[in-house]
Design a protein around this ligand. Structure first.
Ligand SMILES: [Zn+2]
Length: 60
């Protein structure tokens, strides 16, 4: 997979969580983070994409 594409997806997933946390009465954008099932799922998918991105070698 193209690293820039991966970066775009990771930023998109992170933004999806931030958007959720803004509207969710339980989740917070930063610490302690996700407090509901939807937020947890969004956060995990963003973290996984970030890990994949950081472990992918290639141009920045
Ligand atoms: Zn939430």
């Amino acid at each position: 997979m193209d690293r820039r594409d991966l970066h775009r997806r990771y930023m998109g997933a992170a933004a999806a969580y931030q958007d959720h946390a803004k509207d969710c009465p339980r989740c917070t954008r930063y610490h302690p983070g996700p407090q509901c099932a939807v937020g947890t799922r969004l956060r995990e998918s963003a973290d996984r994409l970030q890990d994949t991105y950081l472990n992918t070698k290639g141009p920045k």
